[in-house]
Design a protein around this ligand. Structure first.
Ligand code: NDP
Length: 460
């Protein structure tokens, strides 16, 4: 074997890259990781973690209303945005520090700087010179896609900037109907910002179950978010009082901040990938096989840069499977089936398996179980928040193939449901589970009646 500086060189110290680097180093490999920004990647620095803190911060307005319904007097509650940002950033710095220490404790070397491949075994790290490695792992993640052709696009922000706004705006327009748009609409509305969500499609959260989509849209509106569907920006212009949002349907509205959350793209540009023969997909992601290997024999890729399922735990599992396969001689592929996910809207969504529409395509005849109800907590607080729980069952095998929940703590519930569904649970086994009372989740195991939509004799 040629004499390389490292056995493994990882580009990108986010969730997938760090997990792979640590595990490979712990198995005895000589490992280096390059990171051009802060260690921790999207999840820790500008994604899941700070977003969840913002969700927590914004939920208090709703909790205060609930508290009043329970006899509390909540007077003079105010929110200090700069103080919150400072506390959040302190915690993010602490977490990033833990990531750095974990890498070092495992014996991996951290190189700060942008890494570019010059050949399949050689990496140039800005400011550090050139190093060589037997194997390379690309774990550079993704970045917000911005509609740069749109007039005035440069006046808008992406989620990256939303974490550090100097002041909380009075009015915000958020474009997009995916995870990020819906989560930030809830965050800003909760913090008292006049919030408008603009989405080009007929409903938000494409890909989720249709009942979930309409339920979340209704609940968003109850929380004060103005939801504009079937239109999109044609321009953003400067106006006397802020920014003017121009829409394709001829309407316009002013806001102080415009945020685009129109999807994320794999971060593959400028890494030298094409020059060394790494094939990219149409979306610009690194094309990989089931073992995360690219078209070049010694180069692998994991996480959002491969655009499979763009979630932190998936990147971590892909990184771990790569090390098992390549360094521990245990060929392992991460199974991308039945991966649960959560949208931290308010109320949040937990979802695993197929939507009703997808299941109908795949299985044909289904049994649907659906419940909509008011949570016990709100029965006398005057709040009109509703929960939704839905099970999608394949009629032939009686397997539960989809579980969808919109309710407080839905992300916590769905983790448990995912275990049973991954094991292939049937509806009868599901129902044999005794309820935990009084909880919201008990509704999930007490849905006995098949759902028949209004006007239909029978669900097919
Ligand atoms: P999504 O892919 O979820 O949503 C993108 C949205 O932008 C869709 O509503 C899409 O509409 C719309 N859109 C795309 N292109 C255009 C365009 N040219 N003009 C107008 N609208 C457009 O992307 P996000 O940015 O919200 O999130 C990226 C990914 O990050 C997610 O898919 C998810 O994997 C991950 N993520 C996960 C989170 C979690 O686990 N809680 C939280 C945040 C992000 P249409 O539906 O019509 O295509």
């Amino acid at each position: 074997m040629a004499n390389y500086d490292y056995d493994l060189f990882v580009i990108g110290a986010g969730s997938g890259g760090v997990r792979a680097a640590r595990m490979a180093a712990m198995s005895g490999a000589r490992v280096a990781v390059a990171e051009e920004h802060r260690v921790g990647g999207t999840c820790v620095i500008r994604g899941c973690v700070p977003k969840k803190f913002m969700v927590y911060a914004s939920e208090f307005a709703h909790h205060f209303k609930t508290a009043e319904g329970y006899g509390w007097t909540v007077e003079g509650a105010t929110f200090d945005w700069p103080r919150f940002l400072a506390e959040k950033d302190k915690e993010i710095a602490r977490l990033s520090g833990i990531y750095v220490r974990n890498l070092q404790n495992a014996g991996a070397e951290l190189l700060h700087g942008r890494a570019t491949l010059t050949d399949a075994h050689t990496v140039e790290v800005a400011g550090r010179g050139t190093v060589t490695a037997d194997k390379i792992l690309i774990a550079t993640g993704g970045q917000p896609w911005m509609p740069t052709e749109l007039p005035g696009c440069e006046l808008a922000i992406s989620s990256n900037e939303a974490f550090h706004l100097e002041a909380l705006p009075k009015r915000i327009v958020i474009a997009g109907g995916g995870y990020i748009a819906v989560e930030f609409a809830g965050i800003f509305a909760g913090l008292g910002v006049e919030t408008t969500l603009v989405h080009r499609g007929p409903n938000i959260l494409r890909g989720f179950d249709d009942d979930v989509r309409s339920h979340v849209a209704e609940e968003l509106e109850k929380r004060g978010v103005k939801v504009l569907l079937a239109t999109q920006h044609t321009a953003v212009e400067k106006a006397a009082g802020g920014l003017d949002n121009r829409f394709a349907n001829g309407h316009h509205c002013e806001s102080d901040v415009v945020m685009f959350a129109l999807g994320r793209v794999p971060h593959t540009a400028g890494l030298g990938l094409e020059q060394v023969g790494v094939k990219l997909t149409e979306n610009g992601a690194v094309a990989v096989d089931d073992y995360s290997k690219s078209s070049v024999d010694n180069i692998w890729a994991v996480g959002d840069v491969t655009d499979r399922i763009n979630l932190t735990p998936v990147a971590i599992r892909e990184g771990a499977a790569f090390v098992e396969t390549v360094f521990n001689d245990r060929p392992t592929r991460f199974d991308h089936e039945m991966v649960a996910s959560a949208v931290f809207s308010q109320p949040p969504v937990g979802s695993v398996g197929l939507s009703e529409a997808e299941a109908r395509k795949q299985y044909g005849k289904l049994d649907i179980y659906l419940a909509r109800f008011k949570a016990m907590k709100y029965t006398f607080t005057g709040q009109d928040e509703r929960c939704l729980m839905k099970l999608v069952v394949d009629q032939a095998t009686q397997k539960v193939v989809g579980c969808h929940v919109v309710s407080p703590d839905a992300p916590e519930m769905i983790q448990m449901a995912a275990i049973a569904m991954k094991l292939g649970v049937t509806k009868a086994q599901w129902d044999s589970t005794c309820a935990v009372h009084p909880t919201l989740a008990e509704e999930l195991v007490t849905m006995r009646e098949k759902y028949v939509p209004l006007g239909m004799g029978q669900v097919a």
